[in-house]
Design a protein around this ligand. Structure first.
Ligand code: 13P
Length: 254
């Protein structure tokens, strides 16, 4: 069966009370059903402890949206992987396009974070994606190749299965305009093919998520694409009912 991970990136949304409200609603919707798809919510730092320790369906995983690679010290405003682990998180999103664009994160920094997360036993969700200008000037493959080879530098074949790759075209994030089915097929095939040259034994097992305006209406056509192993969802993951619908859609596509 193909691997599938449905993840919500809440970005800078939801306080502790709203986090608990969401979890309570999602618990009710999921009920006792056993899901083959992985389910993950990534609240802001201020709510990860609440989410991690909330009474909840044990299929709901909790993740963080960023981390620093050093274990501790004078890094004002940063948070370590051990601190995130203490909140019972098992995934950390890194290199989101908002962090690359607004906070100037480089591929080198993202690679350091990837190594540190793997060393601590958690799963990095490494985000990649081209801008509108890059797509329009036919640079998509060049950009993705660079982001993948730099982001995965030094990651061995033994540990690569723990890395989730999230392809999020920047122009599709928060715009309501998802990439077309054809664009997703083509780009995910390209990514899988690139991974096959880097990881000839493991490339088939690596989760490649699509992200960018995924919602309950378009999830079906996106998730059934062969090389799509789930979604990283922003806006639609803030509404428990919508997020649940997407989980059910993922499940049906398996
Ligand atoms: P939207 O689903 O709101 O487009 O956000 C996608 C995203 O950035 C997830 O990381």
């Amino acid at each position: 069966m193909k691997r599938m991970l449905i993840a919500g990136n809440w970005k800078m949304n939801k306080n502790n009370r709203e986090t608990l409200d969401f979890i309570s609603k999602l618990n009710d919707l999921l009920g006792d059903k056993k899901y083959n798809s992985g389910i993950l919510i990534c609240p802001p730092f201020s709510s990860i402890y609440t989410a991690g320790n909330a009474e909840k369906n044990n299929q709901i995983n909790v993740g963080a949206q960023n981390c620093y690679f050093e274990p501790k010290g004078a890094f004002t405003g940063e948070i370590s992987i051990d601190m995130i682990k203490e909140s019972k998180c098992n995934y950390i999103i890194i290199g989101h396009s908002e962090r690359r664009a607004i906070f100037n994160e480089s591929d080198e920094l993202i690679n350091k974070k990837t190594h540190a997360i793997l060393k601590s036993g958690l799963n990095p969700i490494l985000c990649i994606g081209e801008s509108l200008d890059e797509r329009q000037t036919n640079k998509t493959e060049e950009i993705l190749t660079h982001q993948i080879t730099e982001g995965f530098k030094g990651i061995s074949e033994d540990e690569v299965e723990k890395v989730v790759l999230a392809y999020e075209p920047v122009w599709a994030i928060g715009t309501g305009i998802s990439a077309t089915e054809e664009q997703i097929v083509e780009t995910h095939n390209f990514i899988r093919n690139l991974l096959s040259s880097l990881y000839p034994n493991q490339f088939k097992n690596i989760i490649i998520q699509y992200g960018g305006s995924v919602n309950k209406a378009n999830a079906d056509s996106i998730l059934k694409i062969e090389n799509v192993n789930g979604a990283l969802i922003g806006g639609a993951a803030l509404i428990a009912e919508d997020f649940y619908q997407i989980i059910e859609t993922a499940e049906k596509s398996l």
